[in-house]
Design a protein around this ligand. Sequence first.
Ligand code: FMN
Length: 421
Amino acid sequence: MKCVDDFRLRFGRTELVPIMVGGMGVDISTAELALEAARLGGVGHISDALVPAVSDERFKTRFVKEKAKLYKFNVTNSDKSQVHFDLGHLAEATRNHVGKTMEAKRGTGMVFVNCMEKLTMNAPRETLRVRLSSALDAGIDGITLSAGLHLGSFALIEDHPRFRDAQLGIIVSSLRALQLFLRKNARVNRLPDFIVVEGPLAGGHLGFGMDWARYDLRTIVNEILAYLKAEHLDIPVIPAGGIFTGSDAVSFLEEGAAAIQVATRFTVTHECGLPEKVQQEYFKASESDIEVNTISPTGYPMRMLKNSPAIGDGIRPNCEAYGYLLDGNGNCAYITSYNREVALHPGAKKLSVMDKTCLCTQMRNFKCWTCGQLTYRLKDTTNKQADGTYQLLSAEHVFHDYQYSRDYKIALPESILALAS
Ligand SMILES: Cc1cc2nc3c(=O)[nH]c(=O)nc-3n(C[C@H](O)[C@H](O)[C@H](O)COP(=O)(O)O)c2cc1C
């Protein structure tokens, strides 16, 4: 049986190990994780979700504090339409995060940024244009457009000098979404350089309804491969969602996929941004501890651990500091739900909001434990230690396991005890 290393992903003349580590916001797919994937010859992703907050954390800037201070007067106001992002700050934060990551890049691989359209930031077009163009300014190798149809995203950057040299791709979950994207972007005369096809078992937001279980990644991938072939379009197709072993990956590569995108197995690595206590929750989870629910204000279903502290937490909307999900009119579904509970429980000290969550704040504080469906198998990828906790892995170990394993095997890491002796 073949292994992933028998295949290569090609972008023009560049050859890569066909493993992409997917974007995981907010800073779950850290620069360290992305840089490891690139060093090992694959593609790593950083995410630009809440990039001012990430810049504050990494570079001690004060973007979040400054925005919160500027709009302090509005904190108790349920109308958030006046809360806007400073586009200069947004550009600077993006250049910090992307630029410093690219400076640190070693090896033959690439680093891309994951850019979610659903982060509408109370000015969808303007903020997205700044995010995309600043990432290109800062030297990013490629951009993966996600969480949205991105029907106008290419046009926003068509005048950028790097528009035709950076790798630009899109995540879709159906042939229909891809066809729409291609049709709407035909005007800029530039095809995507890659297409990530994300199936229903992925982590984060899903491109499916609550009937996600009726869909199957392989079927969608094969439909898209057949369509591209019929249209004589030679675009690398990259399946994602539930690819847990190297052999799972090989089965897609043998059917014509150019690479695979994976994430869940990297959530329990040292390089991942999740706090270790949360990583232990991921290890411990059984299948019945994972659910797809509708608490994300984006309107997309999202997969997470059922014991995520974000679920039911009724904190005051924090849009003055964050506000990434405010639509073009300053609305967010969480604000509506929160206001309903306030009206129902006047004077209550603590509220519970069950139907939506303040996703910006909860993701920023690592309280929304989004995960892939196969998270329950993570415990089988490592050693359980004497104190009952699980040994964290290195990104290199997981990457190499995908790259070299055969026969659906998963290599355990050398135990910490053995390493110490
Ligand atoms: C913790 C976590 C966070 C994620 N966040 C994002 C995100 O911010 N944007 C995005 O496009 N995809 C996100 N995803 C999806 C992954 O990038 C990837 O496509 C998918 O999870 C791959 O499937 P796997 O996790 O089964 O390997 C996330 C996945 C996980 C596990």
